[in-house]
Design a protein around this ligand. Structure first.
Ligand code: APR
Length: 189
């Protein structure tokens, strides 16, 4: 377990399955149609049960655009809510991918604060089927969530749940870099 304290709040990195996390909300790496899929989306739908697909169809019949997120109940999951975020498909980096991935994490953080979630878990959005390069995807994830923890938020614990040791290492490196940059900034006074 990697962990960092930011303004009294915890940013954690763990290797594991996000569907088993006992937190208030888990983020899902969904697609714009919000009709389930493979990867973590498939795992979440399998664990939550068919009522999740029904809720998505009723509440969000038109889906949601890339870079946004919508909330549902957790249904069969330990988590109370699921934040269905849509990250960008990697197309080489010149199509606003970084901004869209940042927006996807920010949309989850905003929803978590609106819902009053204190503990939130995130997968590595876009870093699987959507092909976002690992080091860059981890940097955007860590920077966006760490920055949010540094300002007024009700979130007390933000946990990245990584599905492989390789992905955990990428996030560990990004966390170390963020910490280093922050201490340099602080040093700058
Ligand atoms: N828990 C945590 N992380 C997981 C799990 C799990 N149970 N299963 C997969 N992952 C990891 C993957 O290893 C990857 O690091 O989640 C990360 C995101 O990968 P994807 O699930 O492929 O998501 P993404 O790259 O954002 O692609 C989204 O894939 O599943 C479809 O419907 C989804 O169309 C959408 C697309």
């Amino acid at each position: 377990m990697d962990a960092l304290e930011i303004e009294g709040r915890r940013l954690e990195l763990v290797e594991g399955d996000i569907t088993t996390q006992t937190v208030d909300a888990i983020a899902n790496a969904a697609n714009t149609a919000l009709r389930g899929g493979g990867g973590v989306d498939g795992a979440i739908h399998r664990a939550a049960g068919p009522a999740l697909l029904a809720e998505l169809g009723e509440r969000y019949p038109d889906g949601t655009p890339t870079g946004t997120a919508v909330a549902t109940n957790g249904h069969g999951l330990p988590a109370k809510w699921i934040l269905h975020a849509v990250g960008p498909i990697w197309r080489g980096g010149g199509h606003g991918e970084e901004a869209l991935l940042t927006d996807a994490y920010r949309a989850c953080l905003r929803l978590a604060d609106e819902l009053g979630a204190r503990a939130v878990a995130f997968p590595a959005i876009s870093m699987g089927i959507y092909g976002y390069p690992g080091p860059e995807g981890a940097r955007v994830a860590i920077d966006t969530v760490a920055r949010h923890l540094g300002r007024g938020t009700g979130i007390e614990t933000a946990r990245f749940v990584l599905y492989s040791h390789e992905t955990l290492e990428l996030f560990h490196d990004a966390l170390v870099r963020w910490q280093t940059d922050r201490s340099v900034d602080r040093g700058a006074g």
